[in-house]
Design a protein around this ligand. Sequence first.
Ligand code: DQA
Length: 146
Amino acid sequence: MTKPIYILNGPNLNLLGLRQPEIYGSETLDDVAEACAALAEDLGLVIRFHQSNHEGALIDWIHEARGQGAGIIINPAAFTHTSVAILDALNAFEGPVLEVHISNVHKREAFRHHSYVSLRAEGVIAGFGTEGYLLALRRIKTLVAA
Ligand code: DQA
């Protein structure tokens, strides 16, 4: 059976489409999940799409992906800039990890320029809007196949 790709989303991304649409756009997280599911089917990938406002829940999904998951695409949201715990969890995962940010974090406040997760990620996509998730899915297919 094909191992799933985990697509994990951090705090406040449940408000996508509602919060700061000038930065994050008008699509909701459900729209993103649907677009990911449709592309995954085309690519022959299976996905598990999750969001939580709680660091521990994200860590539990990363642990679940150990052994069971082929790869992880993660938008850790604000935890990107603060969470050594998420970095440690990702370091315990064997497969490829891709980091996605909807906005171009490098064009924003200085505190968003540092990412703990980037120390582990094979690649980072930032500033491509929600399309970044779809680009990451295409890339992780290549990485998983390699
Ligand atoms: C974000 C960027 C983070 O700095 C911010 O805290 C978010 C979303 C993005 O997708 O652009 O919540 O990860």
